[in-house]
Design a protein around this ligand. Sequence first.
Ligand SMILES: Nc1ncnc2c1ncn2[C@@H]1O[C@H](COP(=O)(O)OP(=O)(O)OP(=O)(O)O)[C@@H](O)[C@H]1O
Ligand SMILES: [Mg+2]
Length: 364
Amino acid sequence: MRSGPLLRVENLHTQFHTERGAVHAVDGASFTVDRGEIVGLLGESGSGKSVTARSVCRLEAPGQVVDGTITFDGADLTTADESTLRQIRGNDISMVFQDPTETLNPVFSVGEQIAEAVRVHETDDRQRLLDFLGVPPFRERSAWADAHKRAIELLEQMDIPNPKSRSSAFPHEFSGGLRQRALLAIALASEPSLLIADEPTTALDTTTQADILQRFRALRDEQDIGILLISHDIGVIAQTCDRVVVLYGGQVMEAGPVESVLTAPEHPYTRMLLSCSVRNRAPGERVRSVEGRPPDPIGGHEACPFVDRCQHATSMCREGTIPMTDLDAEHRLACVEAPLADSPESSHRRTPPTPDGGEQNDTM
Ligand SMILES: Nc1ncnc2c1ncn2[C@@H]1O[C@H](COP(=O)(O)OP(=O)(O)OP(=O)(O)O)[C@@H](O)[C@H]1O
Ligand SMILES: [Mg+2]
């Protein structure tokens, strides 16, 4: 029987070859997603969130996964052939892309597009053979009818009003919120065990956003789906996720349970994101930096990517990639200089000596 998390990403490196040199978009990221949990991938624009998501589905082209391992349900996706990957994408992993225009086809009705996704999923080997031979008119018709019925059910599950009549509408007849729900319906048509949603609510008003985030929580609770939810918005992550992975310069800076990382952040980068978000952010506004710019991804980082913006940085931070250390069983940090024990907001200590000479790494 399978053991371990549903998705395990280890030391992922994805690069783009450009005239200026290799863009190290993902530069050694590691994280996991399990069934029945929502993991948030949080970071500023350009931190590598979308490239990470696409790499997990092995849709990183024109980029290339140059190192690391992606294991899904025990299968190594980094070495899998294209037909296995297609099979996994059509059945087990679904992705809602950041740009919805990439997914919805303007010339087919929304219902047809969902039905097509259902049919692709449900087409068994025999059906594929019959399709190949061009034979099966009766079976084909009933398969389509069933797929349409299922499409309407999925629209209903997504709280789309009048799902039967709306299923024959075209994407341009849908509002942004309805389009996003239709995309989710397409993604769920294959009954995936892992759903990757890249900024699924960014363009939506707060009420629609809250409804969609509620759908994610329901999927987790009712269908035991693992969800990787990508967002630059700390509020979205805080409302929806169980764990959060903070990405910067293609590397994981901090990861752990949402309550622990967002209420007691230890990495100077996470603290910066939070201070920006809480004090200065208007609703819907993207995360802004306090000062400085994200690092140039050309050539990658031989130091902590945050070093030039970090007020705690020392020469040690420039001496190579910073390894992740465990602050407790679930909270991990890639920082050697954050003044954990000195900071009033810190809930951790960096293994200071106890009076009897032992060590502690407990919460305060
Ligand atoms: N096709 C490409 N060619 C070259 N570089 C690319 C390409 N796609 C992405 N990149 C680079 O990879 C890095 C990570 O990009 P990515 O799209 O993953 O960022 P992101 O965190 O999703 O940002 P946003 O919040 O704006 O969506 C960026 O430096 C980006 O410029
Ligand atoms: Mg993105």
